[in-house]
Design a protein around this ligand. Structure first.
Ligand SMILES: C[S@@+](CC[C@H](N)C(=O)[O-])C[C@H]1O[C@@H](n2cnc3c(N)ncnc32)[C@H](O)[C@@H]1O
Length: 279
């Protein structure tokens, strides 16, 4: 029984880093005039109302996107992300926030395709509605790891694969590595972007270690911590691990991530930008 609802967390500090990295990868793929496929293994509903009961209950967006979306001193690298958020809202009131499929919907071109998987019935229904008239998109109510593996490699031979599980099941920490190894065997040249939460640092060290031993090359890691690690008392940090990153990505993220630490950190905030495995 799935209980996770991302609407409680939409626009929080973890979404800011995740969705910024996502946009950077999409914009890089768009530099070439050749179509690509965007896969989202754990898509969620696609859009979030920040005045909904869910978002209002936790107000996590207030300490995330709300802190930066119309900051006049925003670093250049964060502008495309905040411009997208602005385009969905009135100048002064932040009421709508795009999920990862929403971001892809607005950023992809006519010739690109989207393959989205979401298992939760309510989220799947909302996602299907959000993409009802979008001919570029397939929406599946199926396990996202399996569905994506079935569809790799894409005919286009260019793809971005976002892996964003809720980690409700602790097995997800191992499953993401198994998925990446299997997907990479089928399609080694894809850009894979894996989100992870830091609730228990040991789990992330094991995840990094497993990826370093997987034989997959060319992996970078970015992390935004809003406070120092605690002993399993909630998420204090989160990151993105990118396989085959755009060659410009690390420089772009480095030029904005410490701004995020300053704006979103609570004291003890930090960032990581590291190469996990060489090319
Ligand atoms: C972290 S949320 C996704 C948020 C979304 N990627 C975004 O950035 O807006 C994870 C989603 O995965 C869904 N989910 C959980 N297990 C799944 C599975 N095995 N396959 C596909 N979706 C799953 C949950 O219902 C939830 O909506």
């Amino acid at each position: 029984m799935l209980s996770y609802r991302h609407a409680f967390h939409a626009g929080n500090f973890a979404d800011v880093l995740k969705h910024w990295v996502l946009i950077e990868c999409i914009e890089y793929l768009k530099l070439k005039d050749k179509p690509f496929v965007y896969y989202d293994t754990h898509a969620g509903p696609g859009m979030y109302s920040l005045d909904s009961e869910f978002a209002q209950k936790t107000q996590e967006f207030e300490t995330g996107i709300a802190q930066i979306w119309n900051d006049p001193d925003l670093p250049e690298a964060l502008q495309a992300y905040c411009e997208l958020v602005k385009s969905l809202n009135d100048a002064q009131s932040l009421l709508q926030y795009p999920g990862s499929p929403g971001i892809a919907k607005w950023q992809l071109r006519e010739t690109d395709r989207l393959i989205l998987s979401e298992l939760h019935s309510t989220e799947h229904a909302a996602l299907s509605e959000n993409f009802a008239h979008d001919k570029r998109t397939e929406v599946w109510k199926e396990d996202g790891f399996n569905r994506t593996l079935k569809r790799l490699p894409p005919n286009e031979r260019r793809a971005l694969i976002l892996i964003d599980p809720p980690y409700e099941l602790k097995a997800d920490y191992e499953r993401v590595v198994e998925f990446l190894a299997a997907a990479h065997r089928k399609f080694a040249q894809g850009i894979y972007a894996l989100w992870y939460p830091v609730v228990d640092r040991d789990r992330i060290e094991k995840l990094e270690d497993a990826l370093q031993r997987s034989g997959i090359r060319n992996i970078v890691l970015f992390e935004l911590g809003i406070e120092a690690d605690t002993d399993g008392r909630g998420m204090t940090s989160s990151g993105m691990i990118v396989i085959n990153p755009p060659w410009t990505l690390q420089k772009r993220i480095d030029s904005g991530i410490n701004y995020l630490v300053e704006r979103l950190g609570k004291g003890g905030g930090f960032s990581r930008s590291e190469r996990l495995v060489d090319e």
